[in-house]
Design a protein around this ligand. Structure first.
Ligand code: ZN
Length: 250
């Protein structure tokens, strides 16, 4: 096998590995995203639950205070019945009125807290639905990751070791360039030579669509153990056997 053919093999295997990995990566990314959303919703749920408990406790305290005031009013009224002294009676009446005012305010506050607690309860109900739905999404994302693993896992391992073997066949400096190009062009490492006009000897690189100097095209044709690059995009140039045969037969 010529160096150009070996490189082409490596290119194909590299693309297969990338394709297989893409599916698994996409599934894993989706799971991470759904997990994050679930954590955010659970955080909101826990905050709301705290607020709800707090509002309930405040409501209970206010109610208790209001009952206290009511009991004190009842007691004072009883005492007022047995008081003979006018001055004492008036003082008690003032206190009763103050307590009634206070009780009214406490009741208003308690009502406010109860409304707030009711609203929080409704929001808690909504967020619980959201959490439940999100938990289902996380479960299905997990299933997706697992099935992606089941489907591509073995194939990915096999293709990866084939790719490693093909990479080991490459001279070190070429492999380094190949890996750099592969990362840069997301696997589109090779520029295939395309014929635009045979008579006018016009050829382009299908990686960047730029016209290629004819010397480079010739070099690819006659030096299969050398790697020629496109002067515009630096991809390794590759020519299909059919085209090579056609040009050679002219
Ligand atoms: Zn190019």
């Amino acid at each position: 096998m010529s160096l150009q053919e070996k490189l082409y093999d490596l290119f194909l295997l590299d693309q297969q590995v990338r394709g297989l990995r893409t599916r698994l990566d996409a599934a894993t990314r989706r799971l991470t995203l759904q997990d994050k959303k679930l954590a955010q919703l659970r955080q909101q749920q826990s905050e709301l639950s705290d607020q709800f408990k707090h509002a309930q406790a405040e409501f209970a305290t206010l109610e208790h205070q209001s009952t206290d005031a009511e009991e004190r009013v009842a007691k004072l009224r009883e005492q007022m019945n047995s008081v003979r002294n006018n001055k004492e009676y008036s003082a008690m009446l003032v206190e009763v009125n103050t307590l009634k005012d206070e009780k009214g305010k406490l009741e208003d506050q308690a009502l406010g807290k109860m409304t707030a607690a009711d609203e929080l309860k409704a929001r808690l109900g909504e967020i619980k639905t959201q959490v439940d739905n999100q938990a289902k999404l996380v479960e299905s994302a997990k299933t997706e990751v697992q099935s992606a693993k089941d489907e591509v896992g073995v194939q990915l391992d096999e293709t990866t070791s084939k790719r490693e073997a093909a990479a080991a066949e490459m001279p070190g400096d070429i492999l380094t360039t190949f890996e750099r190009l592969a990362d840069h062009y997301e696997g589109e490492t090779l520029g295939q030579i395309e014929e635009q006009d045979r008579r006018r000897r016009e050829y382009t690189c299908n990686g960047c669509y730029m016209e290629l100097p004819i010397e480079r095209v010739n070099a690819v044709m006659v030096k299969p153990d050398e790697l020629i690059t496109c002067p515009s995009c630096n991809r390794f140039l590759y020519i299909k056997q059919e085209l090579k045969a056609e040009i050679g037969a002219k």
